[in-house]
Structures are given as structure tokens and as C-alpha cells.
Write a protein that binds this ligand. Structure first.
Ligand SMILES: [Fe+2]
Ligand SMILES: [Fe+2]
Length: 323
């Protein structure tokens, strides 16, 4: 570890930075990159999984058992949900879980690409780069695991719509660490909230519980890495650039939130996808669920000045943040 990282008594050096927001000044606690990365590498060595052997892929799937807690289904507590049979509800949770996993693979690929670009620009012998490479390895295993999970459910993965697919292909090839780490948090904190409710639930399919548990354990350190790096990026950025990035990310999140559930999930249970999507978008339960799933992320964004300016309104209007 470089000599300037530790204080004379051996404790890691940390410092503060001030971010000026419309609602006042926010203080950020910053820790040296190498200290954060060294801790994350240590946990990665202790708590990493090999989904090929750590998941019982042959576990029987009971047709009456949900694939995620039903309250996480997009149309839960709506007349459309009430009209479905139990088996149709189970099928919908299976489809929605696999749709979220497809979305997860797509976003993990974008993240891996960004992390390579990030590592490329830092010292190759640093723990910061070693951790970025470790995270890429984690995400490689996750994407394979999600693909296998969808196949084991007897389904196929989806790509996002052409608009999001091509936009992400273009913007994903540009290295811009501030929106990149913030975007990582949006996706990781959202899926984390859903999965933290799924893996301990004994009324959910065992294979899904194993997959989501592995993901929750390994994602906790990804979230730490992204949060610490975003704080550093924000501390150095001009306020106008921070607000522009926050606004663009809020718009991207609004777009993303409407696309996580693929229309084929609804057709599979005999529902009109346009109607089901409208019902889900207006459902108070769904809006509360999404706001809850994004809460850790939005609370952190508020602290670091990433809901500053017009970004907050976009989040609120999209129903992803309670005013
Ligand atoms: Fe992941
Ligand atoms: Fe991750």
C-alpha cells in the first residue's frame, strides 16, 4: 500500500469534501482508493461462489411455488392480479424473475465494459485495479448464472428494446466514470432490494433462492466500491457537470424502470401487455414497491448531491422517489 495511505498510527487516512447543493452543503467522507479496495479484496477471497457447483440446478420446481415473493410482481394488488389463477400467478412471478435476470445480464455486460475502461486508466499494480478485475470476474459468473437460471426455468432471455439496446451500446463505449458508477448503483441497489426479500423466503423456489443469495452476498462489495468511487468523482466535479450527470441518469432510470418487465411476461398469462403495463404504472402498490427498492440508492444520491437540481423531479414524477 502506498506510504501516504496510512497515518503514523497505522489507521487509514480519510478526509472530507464539501458538495454545494440547492438545499445546502453536503459533507462527504472520503477514504483512499487503496484502503477500500484492499478490504473488498479480502472479503472477495472469503465470500465468493462458483454457481456451477454452489447452485442445485436439478432441484425440482414445484408448479405451485412462486419464483419471487408475490408482492414483488408488477401487477400485485390490482384487479388483473386478482383475476389470475394461482398457477397463472406463479407463472407470472417466474416470467418476471427471468425478465429481471435478463435485464441484469444486459446491465452487467455494460458494467464489465466500463470496469475494463476504468482499470485501463489506473495503475495496474494497484489494489484498486485488482478489485475492478475481481468485480469483472464476479459479474462474469453472475451473467452466466442468470442465463442458466432462465434456461433452467424453461425460458429464454430477452434483450431490451432497440432504443435502449442501441443507446447503451453507444454511450456504454464512452468512459465517463461519474455517471458510470452512479448507474451501477441504480441497477445494483434495485436488484439487491428485490433479491434480499427473495432469498430468505421459504415459499420461493429453492433454485431461485440460491441464485439470489449468491448475488446479494457478492453485490454488497460492488455497491461499496461504486459508492466510494462515486463520492470521489462527485467531490472533484464542477457542480454544473454533477447536476447534468444526475439529470441524465434520472432520465435513464425512468426509461429503464418501464422496461424491466418484458411484455411477454403478461402475454404468457393471457393478459394484454399494453393494458398490464398501464395498470402496473398506475398501481399504488407498484409505485411504493419501486420507491422502496430504490430507497437506499436515492438516499445515498441525496447525500452526495446526485438528486440536486432537476434530477429529483424526474425521480419523483416517475414514481421512483416519494416526495
Ligand atoms: Fe451481478
Ligand atoms: Fe455487481
Amino acid at each position: 500500500m502506498p506510504s501516504d495511505v496510512l497515518l503514523s498510527d497505522g489507521r487509514p487516512r480519510s478526509w472530507t469534501a464539501m458538495v454545494r447543493c440547492e438545499d445546502g452543503d453536503h459533507t462527504l467522507e472520503l477514504t483512499h482508493r487503496e484502503v477500500v479496495a484492499e478490504r473488498l479484496l479480502r472479503t472477495s477471497r472469503k465470500h465468493s461462489f462458483d454457481p456451477d457447483v454452489d447452485v442445485d440446478w436439478d432441484a425440482p420446481q414445484d408448479p405451485d411455488v412462486f419464483y419471487m415473493p408475490p408482492q414483488l410482481a408488477s401487477i400485485y394488488e390490482t384487479p388483473l392480479w386478482d383475476a389470475l389463477t394461482h398457477r397463472q400467478r406463479v407463472e407470472l412471478t417466474k416470467r418476471e424473475m427471468c425478465s429481471i435476470a435478463s435485464f441484469g445480464i444486459w446491465s452487467e455486460m455494460l458494467l464489465m465494459q466500463s470496469l475494463v475502461m476504468h482499470a485501463y486508466r489506473h495503475r495496474y499494480d494497484s489494489d484498486h485495479v485488482a478489485y475492478a478485475l475481481t468485480e469483472i470476474a464476479d459479474e462474469c459468473r453472475h451473467s452466466k448464472m442468470f442465463g442458466r437460471m432462465v434456461r433452467t426455468c424453461g425460458l429464454r432471455t430477452h434483450r431490451p428494446r432497440a432504443l435502449e439496446y442501441h443507446l447503451a451500446k453507444t454511450f456504454g463505449a464512452v468512459y465517463d466514470p461519474m455517471p458510470m458508477f452512479a448507474g451501477t448503483l441504480v441497477v445494483e441497489e434495485f436488484t439487491d432490494a428485490f433479491q434480499r426479500l427473495t432469498f430468505p423466503d421459504e415459499d420461493v423456489q429453492p433454485m431461485i433462492r440460491q441464485v439470489t443469495r449468491i448475488h446479494v452476498v457478492e453485490e454488497a462489495r460492488h455497491i461499496r466500491y461504486a459508492r466510494e468511487e462515486l463520492k470521489r468523482q462527485v467531490a472533484e466535479a464542477a457542480p454544473v457537470r454533477r447536476r447534468m450527470a444526475a439529470y441524465a441518469l434520472a432520465q435513464a432510470t425512468r426509461l429503464m424502470a418501464t422496461q424491466v418487465i418484458h411484455p411477454s411476461c403478461y402475454t404468457a398469462v393471457g393478459l394484454d401487455p399494453a393494458l398490464a403495463r398501464r395498470v402496473a404504472a398506475r398501481s399504488p402498490h407498484r409505485r411504493a414497491t419501486l420507491a422502496w427498492a430504490f430507497r437506499k440508492c436515492t438516499t445515498f444520491f441525496h447525500e452526495v448531491g446526485f438528486l440536486d437540481g432537476r434530477a429529483r423531479d424526474v425521480w419523483v414524477r416517475a414514481g421512483l422517489l416519494e416526495r
